[in-house]
Design a protein around this ligand. Structure first.
Ligand code: 9Z3
Length: 325
């Protein structure tokens, strides 16, 4: 069953013969309630709440999906930012692509779990061998485990998963509505890499596309820009940050500025794919802050997300003060 999201007219209108058609995830109402309860609880105790989106969306080409189009994002930016937001006193709703990088575990993502374990000397020859962590492979594990358990106990992280573009759009709308109750205490940090194109349900073949029919030609519709209703209608008091990703550095800032003019939100974090770990520009209507990691920073394992989060939490403080006055 398909239902529309009822977007206002997007900037790039969809093809005239098709309205939006995005499958509604069955658990969306339940998730919305849990997000509203989470936000209400933390805001009541004076905390701000950030909704982080992270990872890439998947766009199916067939309704019984064998093939799909994916947007690139490892999820590291979102996962790492979640940790810095929590450290800065925020509660975090982490809307992320299933199996993308996750807060606190992301630094271990490349490690084979079996390489990180070993038998104790006694255990190796015993019938019930004792297994412990190999500290050489995971030198920081105790520190990270402590942080993770503290965050879990204090319920500061609410993870929600998406896979497809449809899941993402409906869950983001639900999040925006759930967070609207806490006004300017809410921040949206939209780091997920979201497809600009999709195939509407009514035009999607049910079964696997057959190569025996010859070369595949795709025609895809434009995805309506969700930022527009989010800023105008769903969470008009919130502090909203979008991300702009380009591969051509010469058009990056112009595109970021154009996004700000179009959607009238608070900031765009602009980055180029190849240099995203060491250089971003935080663009607002009045400023352009370049955040750069030096070689020294890199040697000391400083992460650029630390700088991004610090820049944006200060801006959020100013925003809240201005809203009050
Ligand atoms: C970003 O630009 C993120 O910074 C990255 C992070 C996806 C590059 P990783 O997950 O990478 O750490 O590997 N996200 C936004 C990408 C996006 O789709 N933006 C849209 C656009 O550029 C606008 S919302 O048009």
């Amino acid at each position: 069953m398909f239902r529309g999201l009822n977007f206002p007219q997007p900037t790039c209108p969809p093809a005239p013969h098709v309205k939006e058609e995005f499958a509604v995830p069955s658990h969306v109402e339940e998730v919305k309630e849990s997000m509203a309860a989470f936000a209400g609880h933390h805001a009541a105790s004076g905390r701000r709440v950030v909704l982080i989106t992270s990872g890439g969306t998947k766009v199916p080409l067939e309704s019984r999906t064998v093939r799909f189009l994916d947007n690139f994002s490892s999820g590291r930016r979102g996962a790492s930012s979640a940790e810095y937001f929590i450290e800065s006193g925020y509660a975090v709703i982490f809307l992320h692509r299933h199996r993308s990088l996750y807060p606190y575990t992301h630094m271990f993502a490349t490690i084979n779990m079996l390489d990180a374990l070993k038998f104790t000397n006694e255990g190796a020859s015993s019938n019930s061998p004792e297994v412990v962590v190999n500290q050489q492979v995971l030198p920081n594990i105790a520190k990270v485990l402590k942080q993770y358990q503290k965050v879990k106990e204090s319920k500061l992280l609410l993870p929600i998963e998406f896979s497809t573009l449809s899941d993402y759009l409906h869950l983001l709308k639900a999040a925006a509505q759930a967070l609207s109750t806490i006004g300017s205490k809410a921040m949206f940090y939209l780091a997920a890499a979201v497809s600009d194109f999709y195939i509407p349900a009514s035009e999607m073949p049910e079964h696997k596309i057959q190569s025996s029919n010859g070369p595949l030609q795709l025609s895809m519709n434009m995805v309506p820009k969700i930022l527009s209703p989010l800023v105008k209608d769903w969470a008009p008091q919130a502090f909203v940050i979008s991300f702009k990703l380009e591969t051509d550095a010469t058009i990056l800032l112009e595109k970021a500025q154009r996004a700000l003019e179009t959607y009238r939100h608070q900031a765009v974090v602009a980055n180029v794919l190849d240099s995203r770990r060491g250089y971003v520009v935080v663009v607002t209507p009045k400023s352009q802050d370049e955040l750069i990691l030096t070689e020294d920073d890199e040697r000391n394992e400083v992460e650029i997300e630390d700088r991004i989060v610090s820049n944006l939490t200060s801006a959020h403080t100013k925003f809240i003060t201005q809203q009050r006055s």
